[in-house]
Design a binder for this molecule. Structure first.
Ligand SMILES: Cc1cc2nc3c(=O)[nH]c(=O)nc-3n(C[C@H](O)[C@H](O)[C@H](O)COP(=O)(O)OP(=O)(O)OC[C@H]3O[C@@H](n4cnc5c(N)ncnc54)[C@H](O)[C@@H]3O)c2cc1C
Ligand SMILES: C[S@@+](CC[C@H](N)C(=O)[O-])C[C@H]1O[C@@H](n2cnc3c(N)ncnc32)[C@H](O)[C@@H]1O
Length: 698
């Protein structure tokens, strides 16, 4: 019996129970490759066109009134209206859903959350974290059609549908974090098998508070046709991720569901189902073994320990994004830099936002890909905020073309990717988008969502946050006490100063180790970016979008305020060329020989540029910065060993603009007891205390 079988007149094409569809077979062979849902549009009893899962032959929601059913089963029977209304300032409530499907449950929850926040000012800093899993995500075109129909049936959902569709990720495995800042809502969509995804949720009991799920939405298709969502592995994860008084709700009263919930420590109760349905299940975790320091068995889940003020040392992209992530969680941030925001490697006129690619079957555990997609979404959201503040756009979404001269992926592997993330253009298309005429562009990687980040605009936007206070301070000492942390340093005008806070995050890049001896002394790689103002004739012949080869080049028009940071001419076009790599050199003088290196890289890769790029580089401008890199190339993100209040985020290498936003989210979640958007294994790879960082560089 399928989930809402009675409301459908035709489910004839449904695969037989437990028979595997082609999609399921492909998924079983390569668990990290996502198979999009195959939506079968059918007609229900009342003549409505309804989406049916081609994989499971079941409907996504009841067509009698799916929205009302969602509110009854999942919202009301997890007591969400009352529980959300009672949240304390800064408290986070976490929901986990099995089966994202069309997102209807999310939309219903979001609407409830907005209503409560509108009515209750004390919820202003409370947060909602909605974690959902999906193995067969619905392609955006189908989802758009489905949600447009919902918008017509339930106009109260329309204001949530558009932002959801805008943020909907490309269909690749792994965690996709979507932020809806206005509502203090974070949605993590884990694409892949639910048991695997839940298994990746990090519960590090050494960090206090420790995250846990407050409410479960068990919304698989009926157990008879969707056994994997009701399997022992799922219930084992539910037990691992729950605490006393965690609740669960499901429309299903199947025997296996009841037994499994009881076996994993839930007390179950049958209650009246929605509409004509006789019954449904609610459950409360009552396993005393799950009580811990934070959550007593009486259900008095402790509030996150009082944290109100964090010091962030270093105002490059790492420090700025960390400050932003914390401030959006209600934490007051003192952001410090020994000179000024963006004084270090982050202060280039523009940064290219482009991922280092990997074969698709590795993508779910690939920080560059996850980070690139998240940064992309975040910068686009921040563009709107920047516009409101009269600040230049943060991301200019130009797209980018990689000529695959120095790439770790070939066209066959690129073809595995969804086109909206990465694809290969035909030679003619590539010539059209790039403006190159004589180049053989048969092999290429086109990144439609890539673009140029304007660091100055990003900084200006972040510093408008009322909870972020920037101060110039060269920090010289950090001392951690039982109840606080205190830093000392010197300010250009005021001399020696000390500041106390609940936590400190060190984002001082290659200088970080000077602030604490537990911090690894990273490799330092000098890099210089060069630029010049082309003549109108040259400009017309320059590449039309950013290009990657053994280096990269991009045209940009300097915006108001860019000249505070770099020698550019406001309103004029510039060509940016990058970048040199010089190991163990921390000088930041601008060198003609490195201008020359960047010119040579460009004209060697694209000979038609030889006659266009001036040979006289004496008028070129440049900026040198120091990249910070670990021996295993992973950034460093996490809490220092034997510390409760000292955290580190550093070693962004050559990709800080793609990596820092997701790393900052992960760090802020670890600090405040929420689930990070990175797997346990990934967090171990990023840990400041990992084995590889125990041996100094020689
Ligand atoms: C030439 C070049 C080109 C690049 N191009 C790109 C690109 O196109 N795309 C991309 O994603 N990445 C690019 N990168 C890499 C990127 O710039 C870095 O990954 C990123 O800037 C690292 O940011 P961060 O905040 O960790 O470090 P930084 O930006 O170096 O910031 C560290 C800050 O800490 C401050 N600080 C240090 N010690 C103290 C102290 N004791 N007290 C107070 N403050 C302190 C410093 O003043 C500095 O402002 C490039 C790098 C270089 C050098
Ligand atoms: C009933 S639908 C969910 C409806 C959804 N909650 C909504 O609001 O539209 C069940 C979903 O579970 C997904 N699913 C099935 N097996 C899965 C698995 N093993 N892991 C993750 N998702 C799975 C299906 O693809 C489907 O989208």
């Amino acid at each position: 019996m399928c989930r809402y079988y009675s409301s459908l007149t035709i489910a004839k094409n449904a695969p037989k129970n437990f028979a595997m569809s082609n999609a399921q077979i492909k998924n079983a062979e390569q668990p990290n490759i996502i198979t999009p849902a195959n939506i079968d549009w059918q007609t229900d009893d009342t003549g409505n066109r309804v989406p049916v899962s081609g994989e499971f032959g079941d409907v996504y929601f009841s067509h009698a009134d799916g929205l009302a059913e969602s509110r009854h089963v999942f919202l009301a029977h997890n007591q969400l209206p009352a529980r959300l209304a009672k949240l304390a300032p800064k408290q986070c409530f976490t929901i986990a859903e099995l089966g994202f499907g069309t997102g209807l449950n999310l939309l219903a929850t979001w609407q409830l959350w907005r209503q409560l926040r509108d009515k209750q000012p004390q919820l202003a800093t409370a947060r909602l974290h909605f974690i959902t899993t999906e193995k067969y995500p619905i392609p955006l075109a189908d989802l758009t059609q489905i949600l447009i129909l919902w918008g017509q049936r339930a106009p109260e959902l329309t204001e949530f549908i558009k932002p959801l569709l805008t943020a909907y990720p490309p269909l690749i495995a792994g965690c996709h974090r979507l932020k809806f800042f206005e509502d203090n809502l974070t949605v993590d969509i884990w694409l892949g098998d639910a048991a695997d995804s839940l298994g990746k949720l990090a519960v590090d009991t050494s960090l206090k508070p420790t995250p846990y799920i407050d409410a479960w939405f068990l919304d698989g298709f009926a157990p008879s046709c969707n056994s994997s969502l009701w399997a022992d592995a799922i219930f084992a994860q539910m037990q691992r991720l729950s605490r006393p008084m965690t609740t669960a709700a499901t429309y299903s009263c199947a025997g296996i569901v009841k037994r499994a919930l009881q076996e994993c420590g839930f007390q179950i109760k049958k209650v009246k189902g929605f509409g004509r349905k006789r019954e449904m299940l609610t459950a409360v975790m009552s396993d005393p073994k799950l009580a811990d320091d934070n959550h007593s068995i009486n259900g008095n889940a402790a509030l996150p320990s009082e944290q109100s003020h964090t010091i962030v040392i270093g105002a490059g992209v790492s420090g700025l994004l960390t400050a932003w992530a914390l401030a959006n969680r209600g934490i007051q941030v003192s952001l410090l830099d020994k000179s000024a925001p963006l004084a270090g490697a982050s202060g280039n006129p523009r940064a290219l936002l482009a991922p280092k690619m990997t074969p698709l079957h590795h993508v779910d555990e690939h920080l560059h890909s996850i980070g690139y997609l998240y940064s992309n979404r975040l910068y686009r959201l921040l563009n709107k905020r920047a516009e409101k503040e009269g600040i230049a756009p943060i991301l200019e979404a130009t797209g980018a073309l990689d000529l695959l001269i120095k790439a770790n992926i070939g066209t066959e592997q690129i073809a595995d990717y969804p086109d909206d993330m990465a694809n290969t253009l035909s030679c003619e298309q590539a010539q059209n988008v790039s403006g190159l005429k004589a180049q053989n562009l048969l092999e290429n990687l086109y990144l439609p969502q890539s673009g140029l980040v304007n660091p100055q605009a990003l900084k200006n936007t972040i510093l408008t946050h009322p909870l972020i206070h920037f101060q110039q301070l060269d920090v010289t000492n950090i001392s951690e006490m039982e109840g606080s942390v205190c830093i000392e340093g010197s300010n250009q005008d005021k001399g020696l100063l000390s500041i106390s806070a609940d936590n400190v995050v060190i984002c001082a890049a290659y200088d970080s180790h000077k602030l604490d001896k537990r911090i690894f002394d990273c490799r330092k790689i000098r890099g210089q970016l060069s630029w010049f103002v082309p003549t109108a004739e040259q400009y017309a012949k320059l590449p039309k979008i950013p290009l990657k080869y053994s280096g990269y080049c991009a045209s940009f028009i300097a915006q108001t305020g860019d000249d505070d940071l770099n020698k550019v001419i406001t309103g004029a076009p510039h060509l940016l060329l990058g970048a040199s790599f010089v190991r163990n050199d921390t000088d930041t003088d601008v060198r003609n020989e490195e201008h020359q290196i960047s010119r040579d890289k460009l004209v060697t890769a694209i000979p038609e540029m030889k006659s266009i790029i001036p040979t006289d580089i004496s008028l070129w401008q440049g900026r040198a910065g120091i990249r910070t890199q670990t021996p295993d190339y992973h950034p460093i993100v996490g809490q220092l060993a034997r510390s409760k209040r000292m955290w580190l985020m550093s070693a962004m290498g050559a990709k800080g603009y793609a990596l820092a936003p997701i790393c900052a989210e992960a760090l802020a979640d670890m600090m405040l007891g929420s689930f990070p958007p990175l797997s346990t294994a990934m967090l171990a790879r990023l840990s400041p205390n990992r084995t590889r960082l125990q041996t100094p560089l020689i």
